[in-house]
Design a protein around this ligand. Structure first.
Ligand SMILES: Cc1cc2nc3c(=O)[nH]c(=O)nc-3n(C[C@H](O)[C@H](O)[C@H](O)COP(=O)(O)OP(=O)(O)OC[C@H]3O[C@@H](n4cnc5c(N)ncnc54)[C@H](O)[C@@H]3O)c2cc1C
Length: 567
């Protein structure tokens, strides 16, 4: 492209204001680069804003300072055992750099993290796995600090909000449920509600942000402090390449196209291919899962644009193409539907089983959300298991809740009417409603109830792992994950596979430089977040598997672009 046809010139152009892109932009700005972020939607945060905000960073300092030691070598051994290979240079860089990235972000920005403490790796029976020390979460953030820009923070999904606008983290849920058990819990609960009521006088939702919303708001706040501009409603549409080097990009907005020269390069952080049918078909199991937890804007633009200029996409180490969770489809008041991800709150609790269309269990229900869906895929090859059914009784619902039916719910009528749940006075009648074999389902429940009384599950080992027990009920015995399904009405909720993130993406170097089919870096082009092929080879080692690498490689992309030779 000849000189003079650029509409604007910057050092680094970042496409996508999710956690990956915002980290890259923030670090590049702190390194002295002139940075611009182009964001397709009108808000920052992407899927990251709707996430739990947990980062998996082995051997991180917040955990060490909280007394939870870990080592990168142990994490490497764990990943070797989990993925069945020795990883690659990207994985080595992630393990070596992860803790330093977090330290540097804490030192130079407004990002603040707390150690989760105990939060087991998802295959904690493998060598090198840890039960604590690897997961961190953002501190709660006060959205009022953003002033008018608070409206630019993408809200969480409706299913994660109380009273239509109040965010609660895992620790808050425990205290709200136990509000009459201690003065501290009561005071905390009252404080949350008073703060929320005050917020609603001025804001459309609560401003006490937790989980992924806190993470992206902290990034946004830090970006504003560093003077990084964000062009909203601006989508990366194409790359401009000269002599094999990316010189800049074409951005599409409501006024047409804008050509932006990027002297040091372009970072693609557009969140992966979740809503791109072509790539779903190419990388995901057949039948292609119909649901995705990613924001609607994530349509695989970076993969498509990258492939057009010769970039390599990595299906070979991407497993089933996604990082999965089971979801139930929630009818909303306005007639639309949402998705409730069954991540940690119900499956491992005592008194719930998952069955396939034959009325048979197919998995240890307490495994990670990713492993649960992988088991659905495997079982579905033999007997229809998509959807599968979570089965429990009314006592379970009152105590723990199931999906979008929150604990303490006694009247299930509205959930039945909306089709969210099926309820019946007997297991046989429930089977009839689900159109599964009634004799088989009754036998499955009876067998499970026997296991619950004995405290052990010889079929699938529910309750055998640290992870199972961590998400079970410590006050329930003899097994914190096994309880009888015995109190009518009996309840079933249908679950489907959906991805939290994509595992197939662009091939990159350890510095997040996109590579071509000969493994050669394409000068001036970087990818991070879900645009980058997952370093975990299609596996989900622990809480924070996508956000940890998204931020580490966003950081590494920025540092590489800021080196003098990248001019
Ligand atoms: C309920 C839920 C819980 C989760 N919890 C966790 C967790 O605790 N830990 C974890 O590691 N992961 C979690 N995840 C997954 C995690 O949120 C995503 O993997 C992560 O947000 C990916 O980051 P990203 O920056 O690549 O993409 P995103 O966060 O999706 O951001 C991409 C951004 O790019 C924008 N965009 C799209 N196309 C373009 C374009 N052409 N030009 C410009 N902008 C564009 C989008 O609008 C969006 O703002 C969770 C996901 C969900 C749904």
């Amino acid at each position: 492209m000849p000189d003079g046809v650029w509409d604007r010139e910057v050092d680094l152009l970042v496409a996508g204001a999710g956690p990956g892109g915002m980290t890259a932009a923030l670090v590049a700005a702190m390194e002295g680069l002139d940075v611009l972020i182009c964001e397709k939607s009108e808000q920052i945060g992407g899927t990251g804003a709707t996430s739990a905000g947990t980062l998996w960073i082995p051997a991180n300092s917040p955990s060490r300072e909280a007394g939870f030691d870990d080592s990168a070598d142990d994490a490497g051994r764990y990943l070797d055992a989990l993925t069945g290979d020795g990883g690659d240079a990207r994985r080595d860089a992630f393990l070596a750099d992860g803790p330093k990235v977090i330290d540097d972000l804490i030192a130079r920005t407004d990002l603040r993290f707390v150690a989760c403490g105990q939060h087991p790796d998802y295959r904690n029976n493998l060598p090198g796995a840890a039960v604590s020390g690897r997961a961190i979460i953002p501190e709660p953030f006060d959205g009022r600090l953003l002033g008018r820009d608070f409206r630019r923070v993408r809200p969480p999904i409706d299913e994660f909000l109380l009273f239509g606008g109040m965010m609660v983290g895992k620790a808050d849920i425990a205290r709200l449920l136990g509000r009459f058990r201690s003065l501290g819990n009561f005071a905390h609960s009252v404080g949350l509600i008073l703060r929320y009521l005050t917020d609603r006088v001025r804001f459309t939702r609560g401003t006490r942000l937790v989980m992924g919303n806190a993470l992206v708001a902290q990034l946004f706040y830090s970006l504003r402090k560093n003077g990084v501009p964000i062009r909203f409603g601006s989508a990366l549409g194409d790359l401009v390449v000269e002599d094999g080097r990316v010189m800049g990009a074409v951005i599409e907005d409501s006024s047409g196209t804008v050509r932006i020269r990027a002297r040091k390069g372009v970072v693609m952080a557009t969140g992966g291919f979740a809503h791109n049918e072509k790539y779903r078909k190419q990388f995901m199991p057949n039948p292609v899962p119909a649901h995705s937890m990613a924001v609607a804007e994530n349509t695989g633009d970076a993969l498509d644009i990258g492939e057009r200029i010769g970039a390599m996409v990595t299906p070979d180490r991407a497993g089933s193409g996604g990082l999965w969770t089971p979801v139930s489809v929630t009818p909303r008041k306005d007639g639309s539907t949402g998705l409730y991800p069954h991540i940690i709150l119900d499956r491992a609790k005592p008194g719930l089983i998952a069955v396939n269309s034959a009325g048979r269990r197919f998995v240890n229900e307490g495994v990670s959300y990713h492993d649960f869906v992988e088991a659905m895929f495997r079982s579905n090859e033999v007997v229809p298991t998509i959807p599968a059914y979570l089965i429990c009784d009314s006592a379970f619902v009152v105590k723990y809740g199931v999906g979008a039916i929150y604990p303490v719910t006694r009247n299930l009528k509205s959930f039945e009417r909306s089709g969210y749940a099926k309820c019946a006075a007997s297991i046989e009648a429930l089977a009839e409603k689900l159109e599964v074999d009634a004799v088989a389902l009754a036998d499955t429940v009876q067998r499970h109830n026997r296991f619950a009384a004995e405290g052990s599950d010889p079929d699938f080992g529910k309750g055998d792992t640290e992870l199972n027990r961590f998400n079970g009920d410590p006050d329930h015995g003899p097994n914190p994950c096994l309880g009888p399904i015995a109190t009518p009405p009996f309840v079933a909720v249908e679950v489907w596979p959906a991805e939290l993130g994509c595992s197939a993406g662009l091939a990159t170097t350890a510095d997040a430089q996109v590579t071509d089919k000969n493994d050669t870096p394409i000068e001036g082009l970087y990818a991070c977040g879900n645009d980058m092929g997952s370093i975990m080879a299609g596996t989900y080692p622990g809480p924070g598997t996508t956000l940890g690498p998204a931020m580490v490689f966003g950081y590494r992309a920025a540092m590489h672009a800021a080196r003098p030779q990248a001019a």
